[in-house]
Write a protein that binds this ligand. Structure first.
Ligand SMILES: Cc1cc2nc3c(=O)[nH]c(=O)nc-3n(C[C@H](O)[C@H](O)[C@H](O)COP(=O)(O)OP(=O)(O)OC[C@H]3O[C@@H](n4cnc5c(N)ncnc54)[C@H](O)[C@@H]3O)c2cc1C
Length: 442
């Protein structure tokens, strides 16, 4: 029997979610249910898994269960970059084929999302905007040089953008230089995730505000998923629960719960846009990953994302004074870049939890008899969650493909963490050390 201890506890101040219309009342898990498949977690991974299962098995009863509303978890509260390029550590992998497989998987995810957004008219600011990777000081420039070399080795297209040209887009001359890569898409994450949830095939039933508190196996080998007001019996469980996978007793001591935070302004006025000469709809990630992400939405809000925290109790690890300090840090980053807009307030500040592993390895596959998972995307889960959820469903129904071979060859077992208190001490000091070293890029 696996007892779940901690449930998701996301804050109520996510700007993306607040910008959406009030959702319809949630349908909750009540009574005793039976299903052919249950997917737990309605983020990118769980949504994709449920959709693909339904495509394979149109007669099956599939339940997609989330502790919160669809779009309320990390998948609805990220910065909205759907990135084709693997992150830095994966780009440094010695085998070119490994990197090409990752690229192929991410691009398949982008194609899949683009098709669904078009087919179901999902209104989510989807845009083929590309991405700037920006450097402020010497440290950032050194990272950028390294990134450029990795891209050249990979044969990927990119363009150097110097300060003046960059300022013409971003409306700030804060950055010395950037590298523009064309393959990234931008979106409104809560809108996209809600749209994906609303357009699932008919044989997927979505149960929200229904935390699964315990998994148990019955004498017949079926799983019993216990909720607050009901239970589900099923032979097959797919976990799209990211960091919370460890709460079900799996991948214990192998995942690190990390939280990062974002703030956004109200939409800028025409006069404010003109005063700094900023364009709408672009995104910039920091050359040094510990720096600041900046984005301008299609509806002209500026977003600042930075700060990492180790959160062993997920959202419950964050209190009001931490939130206040994060907001002040976001204000400082905003004012440094846009001093002329210092009067523009942030309307929302929020955080979200995701999983990283010490060896930057994603888990994909079987965890137990009848239990499968994709977990630990190391913070780039929009594309990865989508493709890994899709292929997990393929694996569960036994549908072989080249993509399934690819994902199985680039995933593995996240490495074991040292025991507490060494783990917490180590992670916290590493985060502080990275923030100090990267202060020029914040
Ligand atoms: C501020 C921020 C910015 C980010 N920016 C980006 C970005 O620009 N691009 C990008 O690709 N990634 C970004 N990320 C990371 C990205 O959001 C995650 O990698 C991604 O959302 C993971 O998707 P997932 O479907 O695997 O998991 P999640 O979205 O975490 O979904 C897991 C779901 O499981 C549910 N759940 C957990 N436990 C239970 C339970 N017991 N019962 C029922 N349901 C349960 C949760 O409620 C949740 O909805 C960012 C993250 C944050 C916080």
């Amino acid at each position: 029997m696996n007892s779940i201890v901690n449930l998701p506890h996301d804050d109520h101040s996510c700007g993306w979610y607040a910008a959406l219309p009030e959702p319809r009342p949630a349908r909750r898990l009540t009574g005793e249910q039976k299903a052919d498949y249950v997917v737990i977690g309605a983020g990118f991974a769980g949504l994709a898994a449920a959709r693909r299962l339904a495509e394979h098995m149109p007669q099956a009863r599939i339940l997609l269960v989330d502790a919160q509303r669809v779009g309320y978890g990390a998948s609805g509260r990220n910065s909205g970059f759907v990135i084709d390029l693997p992150h830095k550590f994966a780009l440094e992998h010695p085998e070119p084929q490994h990197k090409q497989r990752l690229l192929g998987l991410n691009r398949a995810a982008i194609d899949q999302l683009q098709t669904l957004i078009g087919r179901h008219a999902i209104d989510c600011q989807w845009s083929h905007a590309g991405k700037y990777q920006g450097a402020v000081g010497e440290r950032g420039l050194a990272y950028l040089d390294h990134f450029e070399k990795l891209l050249a080795d990979l044969g990927e297209p990119y363009r150097q953008v110097e300060r003046q040209e960059l300022a013409g887009v971003l409306g700030t001359d804060y950055y010395s230089r950037a590298i523009f890569t064309p393959g990234c898409y931008l979106m409104q994450p809560a809108a996209l995730v809600r749209g994906l949830g609303a357009s699932l095939p008919q044989n997927v039933e979505v149960l929200e505000e229904s935390p699964i508190q315990r998994l148990e196996k019955d004498a017949g080998g079926n799983w019993i998923l216990h909720g607050k007001e009901g239970l589900i019996r099923t032979p097959k469980v797919l976990l799209g629960t990211s960091i919370f996978t460890q709460e079900f007793g799996y991948l214990r001591n192998r995942l690190l719960p990390v939280m990062t935070f974002a703030s956004w302004t109200r939409p800028l006025t025409d006069a404010e846009m003109a005063s700094v000469g900023v364009q709408a709809d672009w995104g910039l990630t920091p050359a040094d990953h510990a720096g600041t992400t900046v984005r301008m939405t299609q509806d002209r809000r500026l977003i600042i994302r930075n700060t990492y925290k180790h959160v062993p109790r997920y959202g419950r690890s964050i209190n009001d004074s931490i939130r206040q300090k994060v907001r002040e840090d976001h204000c400082a980053a905003f004012h440094a870049r846009y001093p002329q807009l210092a009067h523009v307030p942030f309307t929302h500040t929020w955080g979200g939890v995701y999983a990283i592993s010490r060896n930057f390895t994603n888990f994909f596959g079987k965890l137990d008899e009848g239990v499968f998972a994709t977990a630990c995307d190391n913070g780039v889960g929009a594309a990865w969650g989508t493709i890994s959820g899709t292929l997990l469903a393929d694996k569960v129904v036994g549908a072989d493909s080249q993509r399934l071979d690819d994902i199985q060859s680039v995933t593995g077992m996240p490495s074991r963490n040292p025991p507490e208190p060494f783990l917490g001490l180590g992670v916290r000091s590493r985060i502080r050390w990275a923030a100090w070293n990267s202060r020029s890029e914040l």
